[in-house]
Design a protein around this ligand. Structure first.
Ligand code: PAF
Length: 284
């Protein structure tokens, strides 16, 4: 496994692989790799002949006041975690956006996903976040030109928006969604879990407990969304600041009036300054 930092280097390597007729997979990440990322890398290694992992903390997807500066950066450890991949692409912000663009987004061409997909769930409190995600993912797609790209279902709204972008813009890449990896406790793995105190980590279990309890109630035949939402309160205490608990369609994010097999239940809550998200498909 080799690490490169320039667009030219990654392009040269991928060109070489393509000449040999090899299928290339891309796993885009912001680093701080954990077992969730490793599952994406493994899936790519299984599916493709060569795997590129990008490690780039993308400044333009952070909103003002978010954790861009303190976002965990663990490059050496990431190289170790990703060692089954063939190439790590870890560009600098300057390599990706040029000198002038780092501080001023006014001079950058953006890929803006449809408002209907971004005015809800995480997009509601993180205005512009998905514009930053789609822009960088598009750039990574153009730089690496993979055949497949792998994204976690943990960021389900992101996955749905990226699939929509790929369809709308006829991008010739197959998007593969991979299941959430959880600790034994049920807590979904996230780079942001490293911000949690031991007490907050206990409180964080509420997310998966709420979701799995709702899934169980649905399996027992409850489809009334207000009734399903009500069940969440048993798991919440004064430390939980619930941002949303919503029932939406797995493909277009339309709000559900009645729970069905196409329903994804999305949750976001804050514990102190840490914002956590999780989701579950009702069909299990
Ligand atoms: O999911 C992430 O880590 C990021 O949003 C992504 C897709 C790597 C784009 O920066």
């Amino acid at each position: 496994m080799k690490a490169v930092h320039t667009i030219e280097e990654v392009r040269e390597q991928v060109r070489e692989w393509k000449k040999q007729g090899l299928k290339v997979g891309l796993v885009p990440t912001m680093g701080a790799l954990h077992a969730g990322h490793l599952s994406l890398i493994k899936k790519s290694v299984e599916t493709c002949n060569r795997t590129v992992v990008s490690v780039f903390v993308n400044p333009i997807q952070f909103c003002p006041g978010e954790d861009l500066d303190k976002y965990p950066r663990t490059f050496e450890k990431d190289c170790e975690t990703a060692k089954i991949a063939d190439l790590i692409f870890a560009p600098s912000p300057k390599e990706m956006y040029g000198e002038g663009h780092i501080l001023s987004n006014d001079f950058l061409t953006y890929v803006i996903p449809p408002y209907f997909y971004t005015d809800k769930l995480c997009g509601k409190s993180r205005v512009g976040h998905f514009d930053g995600v789609c822009t960088v993912v598009n750039k990574l797609f153009n730089i690496v030109q993979p055949d497949f790209a792998f994204f976690g279902e943990k960021d389900r709204q992101q996955l749905i928006i990226i699939k929509k972008m790929v369809k709308d813009l006829n991008i010739p890449i197959e998007i593969v969604g991979c299941p959430i990896v959880r600790e034994e406790s049920g807590l979904a793995l996230s780079s942001r879990n490293s911000y949690l105190t031991p007490e907050q980590k206990q409180d964080a279990l509420a997310l998966s407990k709420i979701l799995f309890n709702i899934q169980n109630c649905y399996k027992k035949g409850i489809t009334d969304i207000s009734a399903l939402k009500e069940t969440a309160y048993a798991f919440l205490n004064k430390n939980h600041d619930l941002e949303y608990l919503e029932f939406r369609d797995e493909e277009d994010l339309e709000e559900k009036t009645i729970a069905d097999d196409r329903t994804i239940v999305f949750i976001a809550l804050r514990l102190g300054n840490v914002r956590l998200i999780d989701n579950v498909s009702l069909k299990g």
